[in-house]
Design a protein around this ligand. Structure first.
Ligand code: SF4
Length: 322
């Protein structure tokens, strides 16, 4: 694996709430080199989006990064000023948010919005920004880019809105793209087209992409590496094909069993039993032990260390020895 463009090390993030301190991230580690798509997968509430927002330094006001480092190339983003982060967000690291209807301003045409973004971050005049906006729309295969620029968000289908969001994120030619459930609001056909386009752009530009999703099926179709996240920890990491072929963490096994297969048509899919634990009062030991069919005595007492088992694979489970 080549040197990572983005590296997250031992990241811990807490949120202050009326009920207590929510320990949303409890030592997250991940690395993404240029030209790779890393899928961060797990159930809702496991900390995927908090990881993404922490990298962008955009966590809500009641949140704080209490420990860890986030490197973009050799620079720790946690040491940057807000002004430096603003510049980085515009030029080097971009993010596509889940819901385009929230991210796009309904009172401006999509053209005004993308042209403004390009003018601010790339310091170019309106004419040049408009030319670059048209190029960005072509890149994501938006039909008739000149006409689309003049439309308001409500005049676009969900798939077109999502393409506009991707075009905006790519318009600054970033090194790292964080895509948080980028296809959750579109149907499966559009989803497949958008993911295919992202893959092509990733290879052509040697982009590092962090794809956040709850779907192992999407990871299987698109990612080079996968990190399985559970209750604020990355419990298994490795090359996508290896993890899919031979999952080692019981939670990964459960997620894979829930992927629909042709032979399971009409049958009820297995699910990982139970729910994500209370992150204010995290279970002692392995946070997955209340749901794990393989739990042993030690699992309720001692948090498993992450074992590096070679070939780029790491697993945090007492069943797996280094
Ligand atoms: Fe299950 Fe124990 Fe492994 Fe946790 S450490 S996943 S409880 S076997």
């Amino acid at each position: 694996m080549s040197a990572p463009l983005l590296s997250v090390q031992d990241l811990c993030v807490h949120f202050d709430t009326y009920d207590g301190v929510v320990k949303a991230l409890d030592g997250v580690n991940l690395e993404i080199p240029g030209g790779e798509m890393f899928g961060l997968v797990g159930e809702t509430g496991c900390g995927k989006s908090v990881t993404a927002l922490s990298i962008m330094r955009l966590i809500p006001e009641n949140g704080r990064i209490v420990e860890g480092k986030i490197f973009f190339r050799a620079e720790n983003l946690l040491n940057k000023t807000e002004e430096e982060m603003r510049r980085l967000r515009g030029r080097n690291i971009s993010m596509i948010f889940q819901d385009p209807t929230v991210s796009l301003n309904p009172v401006f045409t999509v053209g005004q919005q993308i042209v403004d973004v390009i003018m601010i971050h790339q310091h170019v005049e309106k004419e040049e920004a408009t030319r670059r906006a048209v190029e960005a729309f072509k890149l994501v295969a938006l039909a008739d880019p000149d006409k689309t620029l003049k439309l308001y968000p409500h005049e676009l289908s969900g798939g077109m809105q999502q393409r506009v969001m991707i075009a905006m994120a790519l318009s600054s030619d970033p090194d790292v793209l964080i895509a948080d459930e980028p296809t959750s609001s579109v149907d499966v056909t559009i989803q497949a087209q958008l993911l295919k386009r992202l893959l092509e752009i990733k290879s052509a530009r040697r982009l590092a992409i962090l794809l956040i999703t709850h779907s192992m099926g999407i990871v299987a179709e698109t990612c080079d590496e996968v990190g399985v996240m559970y209750a604020g920890n990355v419990v298994e990491v490795g090359p996508m094909r290896d993890v899919l072929k031979n999952p080692l963490h019981p939670y990964t096994v459960g997620l894979l069993e829930a992927i629909p297969k042709p032979q399971s048509r009409g049958k009820r899919l297995p699910m990982v039993r139970g729910t994500i634990p209370d992150l204010i009062n995290r279970p002692p030991g392995c946070t997955f032990h209340p749901r794990c069919s393989y739990a042993m005595e030690i699992c309720g007492v001692e948090k498993p260390a992450t074992a590096d088992i070679g070939s780029g694979r790491q697993v945090a489970c007492h069943l797996v020895k280094r």
